[in-house]
Design a protein around this ligand. Structure first.
Ligand code: AIR
Length: 208
């Protein structure tokens, strides 16, 4: 299959970045890829989780954000642009990525599993964008691993990605702990309020 110019530009970019041998502090740690821009609303959860944990998005490799931990985002289709998927996954490690979050929808959601195979041993966290995509994301043969979340759970995929990174970066451990503490506080506060107000008043209160 030939590649269009738009795709070839991206392949050239990935290959050039792979050759550059940049300082790991300047390259994104997390890569987010999705099969179509129609997946973006579902994959936005990964963006939300990463930014909540202090990650910033790289949109220009030559002008990265100041944040220590960063991520990048692309549309890569396993079926419409197989060459782009191959180039993305094959260069992922050399470009400094430590973990990839890959989401796709439909019954043939092959981007996560193929990215996992090509980028191996880089960990890939698969996000089935729809319920019907779950089997094709998680159904990897023995020896070809993928980690995956439930349909649509891109927020959790990003938390898992940061858990992977936190093994090497204690400050991320602390951010994950702080995030979980805040979650606990929310549940504790709502539980107290439900108990204090009683069920009927709680249901009627505007700021539920
Ligand atoms: N898809 C795109 N290329 C390969 C696959 N499996 C998936 C996308 C999206 C769905 O097909 O991940 O969830 C429909 O894509 P679109 O672009 O037609 O909206």
């Amino acid at each position: 299959m030939t590649r269009s110019q738009e795709v070839q530009d991206l392949v050239d970019l990935f290959e050039a970045e792979a050759r550059r041998d940049r300082d790991p502090e300047e390259t994104p740690e997390v890569g987010i890829v999705m099969g179509s821009d129609s997946d973006l609303e579902t994959m936005y959860g990964a963006y939300e989780a990463l930014t909540e944990l202090g990650f910033a998005e790289v949109t220009d490799y030559d002008d990265p954000p100041d944040a220590r931990f960063t991520f990048e985002t692309y549309v890569v289709s396993a079926h419409r642009t197989p060459g782009l998927m191959y180039a993305y996954a094959e260069t992922a490690r050399a470009r400094g990525l430590d973990v990839v979050i890959a989401g796709a929808g439909g019954k043939s959601a092959d981007l996560p599993n193929m990215t996992a195979s090509i980028a191996y041993p880089l960990p890939v966290i698969g996000v089935p964008v729809q319920e019907k995509s779950v089997d094709s994301v998680i159904g990897m043969p023995t020896g070809a691993p993928i980690v995956a979340v439930d349909a649509g759970k891109s927020f959790n995929a990003a938390l898992s990605a940061v858990q992977v990174l936190a093994r090497a970066h204690p400050e991320l451990d602390e951010r994950l702990e702080a995030y979980h503490d805040a979650l606990q506080d929310e549940v504790g506060a709502v539980s107290k309020r439900l108990h204090r107000e009683g069920t009927e008043r709680f249901r009627e209160s505007a700021d539920r």
